[in-house]
Design a protein around this ligand. Structure first.
Ligand SMILES: Nc1ncnc2c1ncn2[C@@H]1O[C@H](COP(=O)(O)OP(=O)(O)OP(=O)(O)O)[C@@H](O)[C@H]1O
Ligand SMILES: [Mg+2]
Length: 254
């Protein structure tokens, strides 16, 4: 396979739920180490797109390519092991487990195949180190032993990022990481995401336009299951079609 300009790419990706076409022939390319935000009104099909990218839903038609190879229709756990990690729009932690235990479970899901060559003690150490490193990267270095459900909402959302990082991804797909956060928590998360954007390929679904403009290099706009526009943030932001369909008069997101 020749070298593709994209690490991850969709071609004419389509998903129908009965008569409802939630994604209609969506073609987007994601470049390595770019931060690519996807915005669009409620029900535009953003989470469906994430679910198709990460194997949580099979496509009705079209392709998903990772490093040039087709991964459309692979189950989610296999997509995770390839190096595509995702977080969920709704909180997805085990509240009665500690931060460390949550991350260790996530790390195990990725390492299961490679670890069969390691002795149990070594594999336990590798998984534990990966879990601790992920917590540190998500700004939770001191929270390892805290029971997840007893932390603030903002910290729980940081933990979800840590759980994705614990799977050692190359591509991070984050579905509304700022949802439900207060102003201070949001600012903290934006700082974290800007830092992660330097180290990973980031695909960010987000309604908070200040956050999108602070983090993203590239912006795609979805409306009614279709891709309205995709390109450098400033160009897409200035597009007449995007202004009309989504950004209003430029004063508000929606
Ligand atoms: N599993 C499903 N079964 C049937 N319809 C679904 C399913 N998942 C999503 N839909 C429908 O597909 C459309 C797109 O939903 P999706 O959740 O992808 O939108 P979204 O852009 O993520 O919206 P939001 O900003 O509210 O999160 C909606 O009309 C939704 O009701
Ligand atoms: Mg959604």
């Amino acid at each position: 396979m020749s070298h593709s300009e994209f690490i991850l790419e969709t071609r004419a990706l389509t998903k129908a739920f009965g008569g409802l076409v939630a994604n209609s022939s969506v073609s987007i390319g994601f470049r390595e180490h770019q931060a690519h935000a996807i915005i669009g009104p409620n029900g535009a099909g953003k989470s469906t797109f994430v679910n198709l990218l990460t194997g949580h839903l099979p496509p009705s038609a079209g392709e998903v390519l990772f490093k040039g190879a087709s991964i459309g229709g692979l189950p989610a756990h296999k997509v995770t092991r390839l190096g595509i990690g995702r977080s969920y729009q709704k909180t997805n932690i085990f509240p009665s487990f500690t931060c460390f235990e949550n991350c260790r479970l996530a790390a195990q899901s990725r390492l299961a195949t490679s670890m069969r060559f390691l002795r149990p003690a070594s594999s336990y150490k590798a998984v534990s180190e990966q879990a601790e490193a992920a917590l540190a990267s998500a700004g939770l270095a001191g929270r390892s032993g805290r029971v997840a459900g007893t932390m603030s909402y903002g910290e729980q959302r940081q933990l979800e990022i840590a759980m994705v990082l614990a799977t050692a991804p190359e591509v991070l797909v984050l579905d509304e990481p700022l949802a439900g956060m207060g102003r201070e928590e949001s600012e903290h998360m934006v700082t974290l995401l800007r830092d992660l954007a330097r180290r990973y390929t980031l695909i960010l679904i987000e309604h908070d336009m200040d956050a999108v403009f602070a983090i993203a290099d590239v912006l795609s706009v979805m409306v009614n299951g279709t891709l309205l526009e995709s390109g450098p943030v400033e160009r897409v932001r200035a597009s007449k079609a995007v202004q009309d369909a989504y950004l209003g008069d430029g004063a508000e997101a929606y």
